[in-house]
Write a protein that binds this ligand. Structure first.
Ligand SMILES: NC(=O)c1ccc[n+]([C@@H]2O[C@H](COP(=O)([O-])OP(=O)(O)OC[C@H]3O[C@@H](n4cnc5c(N)ncnc54)[C@H](O)[C@@H]3O)[C@@H](O)[C@H]2O)c1
Length: 316
């Protein structure tokens, strides 16, 4: 498969990620065969796309005419046969190895033999999913973080059987979607993004469990310092700017004190056991009365777009 031959893509799944990814490809000009097991799920996905597009329109990043044109390129279906024509497939079904294997075992026989096949798994080993794929050379991770239509990065994960040519093609495809691609050269759980993210989350949970800081103060430290600084200087450049001798000295005394928890903290276990699952259940570390979570997401996306515009200006 060559990048120029990809005109039609298959998106499998219509939840949070499936909708954002279908939107992203449609807005980039691709015809999208959008498969989900239920028609109701596709309807919810389409409503999500329309709502996502309104945010882009409000920020003058999409015109109403281009939004309509993108919607016209979306072809929802719950018939797997419809995927027979696509040159590229991205799957975003539940993050469960058994579910992903079952979906791919059914899906692959419906795909063209030369189609490139990818999963948006957040961190399941690509090689483990690929055990049901007859031709693993064309299968790779293509991991968009959430929200995929806004965040300008995608990880390409090379499974043990993934061909180099598949990774090369995905690097080119990511750039066509105006994303910065990261090539994950070894198939490790969590890849790069979720390893970095969970390293921070583990330490956050440890600080709370040890009574060193409250959840609100941990969040304050990240949203008012680390998150803002890391938007412009990553950890390696940060160390260069600090001075590697100082970074070396701090690493030497802080690393031995950092958490090495091998599972969720006691607080997290207790919250989950109590049915406090976060925004979706109305409570977690914080309380979420009706409408609050959506207003936090809307506010986050609004600020995210402003930050991305600032980053784009800084790069020119
Ligand atoms: N939500 C995130 O923040 C995020 C970020 C990056 C990657 N991902 C990954 O994207 C994938 C989807 O996550 P999501 O947040 O969109 O989930 P979601 O729950 O919003 O959607 C899940 C989708 O999977 C489908 N599905 C579930 N069980 C199925 C089955 N047995 N057979 C066929 N289809 C089934 C559902 O119909 C739905 O379309 C997961 O692999 C997840 O790890 C999620």
């Amino acid at each position: 498969m060559e990048i120029a031959h990809i005109t039609q893509v298959g998106v499998v799944g219509a939840g949070t990620m499936g909708a954002g990814i279908a939107e992203l490809f449609a807005e980039a000009g691709y015809a999208v065969i959008w498969y989900n097991r239920s028609a109701a799920g596709l309807q919810r996905g389409l409503a999500r796309v329309r709502s996502n597009q309104q945010v882009l329109i409000q920020h003058n990043l999409l015109t109403p005419a281009d939004a309509e044109a993108a919607l016209a390129r979306l072809h929802p279906t719950h018939d797997l046969e419809a995927l027979a024509s696509v040159q590229f497939v991205t799957e975003s079904v539940a993050e469960d190895l058994a579910v992903k294997r079952a979906v791919w075992a059914t899906l692959e026989p419906h795909c063209r033999p030369d189609a490139i096949l990818t999963t948006d798994s957040s961190g399941l080993p690509i090689t483990a999913i690929a055990t049901v794929i007859a031709t693993p050379a064309r299968f790779a991770g293509f991991h968009f973080p959430n929200p995929p239509q806004l965040l300008p990065v995608v990880e390409i994960i090379k499974g043990d059987g993934t061909a180099d040519a598949t990774c090369e093609l995905l690097l080119a495809l990511a750039r066509r979607l105006h994303k910065h691609p990261i090539l994950v050269r070894k198939d490790v759980p969590g890849f790069v993004l979720n390893r970095l993210n969970n390293a921070l989350i583990r330490e956050a949970l440890y600080l709370i469990q040890a009574g060193i800081a409250t959840p609100a103060d941990v969040d304050c430290a990240v949203t008012n310092c680390l998150g803002i600084r890391w938007a412009f200087t990553g950890p390696c450049q940060f160390m260069d700017l600090v001075g590697l001798d100082l970074a070396h000295a701090i690493n030497t005394y802080v690393f031995p004190a950092l958490s090495d928890m091998h599972g969720p903290s006691n607080e997290l276990r207790a919250l989950v056991a109590a049915g406090k699952l976060g925004a979706k259940s109305g409570a977690g570390f914080y309380e979420y009365p009706a409408g609050k979570a959506q207003s936090i997401i809307d506010d986050r996306d609004d600020k995210l777009l402003k930050l991305l515009q600032l980053k784009a200006q800084a790069a020119t």
